[in-house]
Design a protein around this ligand. Structure first.
Ligand code: NAD
Length: 324
């Protein structure tokens, strides 16, 4: 019997490598594409092709058939230290937009079954996220558009690209706006890591009674979604009948100071917080899950604490491995 086929663009990255594992468990034949192999462990894809999706001829070579499902996760991306400094804006727009233009068009030419595009909560207007206690991230609030970063602007235009292909070429496209996904096998140092992994690393490296450096006053709020629930939501959205962008995130909002306290509790350490200048992004952001609950009859339920415990243990194991 012929297997159901999936292509994962960005399969060497954090979410992509977890997605490949899940698709394999679900019985798919999977081809993974990335500039690099996964950083932590081997890929479980049946085929893994290393190459650059900015190159049209490479895209044509790897998107060579009507895959049942194509997941477009490849992007030039990173945490606040990469996205919000302004130093990488031209690369972020150029690299990610070129990938999306290429992938969308090849998917049309090969008549793939369904295409998934990973957008971001960064599309939401900065002006709606100034109150740390009450940010507005309902899907319809993305317009009038005013994202706080070039990364968000690129995501917004690429959402429109995939939606246009859906309308004009009857391509079945699904779009998620991910909100701060975290978990094991995510980047945890080097400058592209996100808040949960960075805090786990800093806490693990600090001596009990020592100090931890936090960017900004730490009162900015966020919600964080554990990777397993991100993958579950992604697959449910992909196979649903809903074409508009949907938030995939958690509604459990915490301040960065609270996040630090949670990680300190897990580690059993007391640390003094030292607030320093640094890129922090908007003042408040959390997922609004009314649309996902309504359209998919599902939403994430796992507590932040449960995900942090697994992530802290993993980051600590990486530090121990490096030290050995
Ligand atoms: P990641 O950086 O770990 O994965 C992205 C992968 O894309 C990387 O492995 C990278 O090598 C690959 N890539 C970049 N340029 C490429 C190119 N030219 N050709 C081939 N591969 C290329 O990021 P992630 O956290 O796994 O995120 C996956 C997607 O989800 C991205 O599109 C990201 O913007 C989006 N997203 C993630 C989050 C999050 O919290 N992780 C939040 C919002 C949106």
């Amino acid at each position: 019997m012929l297997k159901t086929t999936a292509l994962v663009c960005g399969a060497g990255g954090f979410i992509g490598s977890h997605l490949v594992r899940r698709l394999k468990l679900d019985g798919f034949w999977v081809r993974g594409i990335d500039l690099k192999m996964p950083d932590y462990g081997d890929s479980e894809a049946d085929e893994f092709v290393v190459g650059d999706l900015r190159q049209q001829d490479f895209c044509a070579r790897v998107i060579d058939r009507g895959f049942h499902e194509v997941y477009q996760l490849a992007a030039d991306m990173g945490g606040a230290g990469y996205i919000f400094t302004g130093q990488h804006d031209a690369d972020i727009i150029h690299n990610s937009a070129t990938i999306n233009l290429n992938v969308a068009d090849l998917c049309r030419r090969r008549a793939v079954g369904r295409v998934f595009f990973s957008s971001s909560a960064c599309v939401y207007p900065a002006v709606n996220q100034q109150n740390p206690d009450n940010p507005n991230c309902v899907e319809s609030s993305a317009y009038p558009a005013s994202p706080d970063s070039e990364y968000g602007w690129e995501k917004l235009i690429s959402e429109r690209l995939f939606q246009s292909y859906g309308r004009n070429y009857a391509m079945t496209c699904r779009i998620a706006r991910y909100h701060n996904i975290f978990g094991p096998s995510g980047t945890w140092d080097g400058g592209r890591e996100k808040v949960p992994a960075a805090i786990c690393r800093k806490v693990a490296q600090a001596a009990h009674g020592g100090e931890i450096e936090i960017w900004g006053d730490g009162r900015q709020t966020r919600s964080f979604l554990y990777i397993d629930e991100c993958i579950e939501g992604t697959l449910r959205l992909m196979r649903s009948g809903f074409a508009g962008p949907v938030n995939i995130g958690s509604e459990e909002m915490v301040s960065i100071n609270q996040l630090v306290d949670m990680v300190c509790d897990i580690a059993g350490k007391r640390l003094h917080k030292r607030h320093v200048a640094g890129p922090t992004g908007v003042r408040g952001r959390a997922s609004d899950n009314r649309l996902i609950a309504e359209t998919l009859d599902w939403q994430p339920t796992q507590s932040l604490m449960a995900g942090l415990e697994k992530t802290y243990a993993w980051v600590e194991s990486q530090l121990l491995r490096r030290a050995a």
